[in-house]
Structures are given as C-alpha cells and as structure tokens.
Design a protein around this ligand. Sequence first.
Ligand code: DX5
Ligand code: ZN
Length: 215
Amino acid sequence: MIKISPSVLAADFADLGNEALKMEQAGADMLHIDVMDGHFVPNISLGVPVLTSLNKRTDLFMDVHLMISDPFTYAEPFVKAGADMLTFHLETTDHPETVIQKIRSLGVKVGIAVKPATAADALFPYLHLIDMALVMTVEPGFGGQSFMPDMLPKIAALRQEAIRQNQELDIQVDGGITDVTALLCLNAGANVLVAGSYLFGAQDARAAVNSLRSV
Ligand code: DX5
Ligand code: ZN
C-alpha cells in the first residue's frame, strides 16, 4: 500500500498546528517530522517540545526522522512527545541492534535511514528487525533539493533483498519527491513517499496528496 508522509520542514513553522491539520484533511497517512541537531547534518530544525505541542493538534501518525548523532539517548523523549515511529540513521552508530532494541522497548515502530553514500547492503543485516528502511534521495539537511536518480538502484536492491528474506518491509523515500519522481521510486520498489515542498507548496493540498497516491 502506498503511504504519503508530508514533511513539515516545508511547512510554516509559525503555524504548524494548522499546517498539520491541513495535511490530515488532505488525506495524508502520516506526518514526517524532520529532527536535525546541527551536528549529524548542517542544519537545526525542531525538537521534543515542538513535537509534544504538535501531537496535541493532529491525530496523524507521527513519522519521526532523526537526523541526530545520538538517537539512542533521544529515543525516549521523542516517544514520550508522541512519535509513532522513530527512524534513525545507520551512519550514527556502530551498534544498530542496540538502537533498534531501545526503540522497540519504547513500543513504537522502527526505521533505519541511509544517506546517499551508504550502500543498500549495509542495511541487509537489519531488515528482519525493522519496520521501514528510508532511502534518502537527497543529502539530508535541507528541503527543496533535487531528487537523485542514482538512488533508484538502491531502492530496487532493498526491495529485492526484503523479498528474498521474506520481509514485509516498508521502503520510504525522502528528498525531491514530486508526482514525477514518485513514480520512479514506486516502480523501483518504494511504498512510502515523503514530500515537503511538493505538498506544502501546493495550492490544493488534497489534489497534491492524491496526485502522489495515484501516480
Ligand atoms: C531533508 C529531509 C526531508 C525534506 C524533504 O533532510 O529529511 O524530509 O524535508 O523536502 P523536499 O520534499 O522539499 O525535498
Ligand atoms: Zn526527512
């Protein structure tokens, strides 16, 4: 099933509650919360208090993308703030199993993200332990960048390996997603589409969500 996750990084941060509601009413399946620490990525976005407030304003599933150097320490505060899934970056740890276990123990779903330079097979040993793999289709840190088509083989390799392992894995793509690039990603094997600029920049949010769902 295709799932649509609007990235709040492209929303009006002074009006986040209404922006979230707009996407809920537009038929989005979840809300993608981009957390950046200015260390793992060269940008700072939002953190625990913002998620706590936002969670009171929407019933959407909170898809939290942790672009932070220490996901182990911050997993618990983000779950308490309302995260329904925590996705951490493989590049941040030498012990992914420990972070996976920590997140599982908090009772939420687990995803692992990879930067463009990280190969698909780095994720293969963990596929049976996670709910979702996130293939970054831009360098993490900023919205509004161009989609990297050379990530398509990585998506295909992950889907192929998940099938080989008999795993029902969600594969999320994030960065430069539009109705055009979404089609390429879905054909390669992705099923969860994150989109910031494309959805929050649209005149008609419902039409934009539908355009992704029906590519
Ligand atoms: C980038 C973030 C993305 C970003 C996507 O580091 O992880 O979620 O907001 O924005 P667009 O869709 O504008 O490329
Ligand atoms: Zn993201």
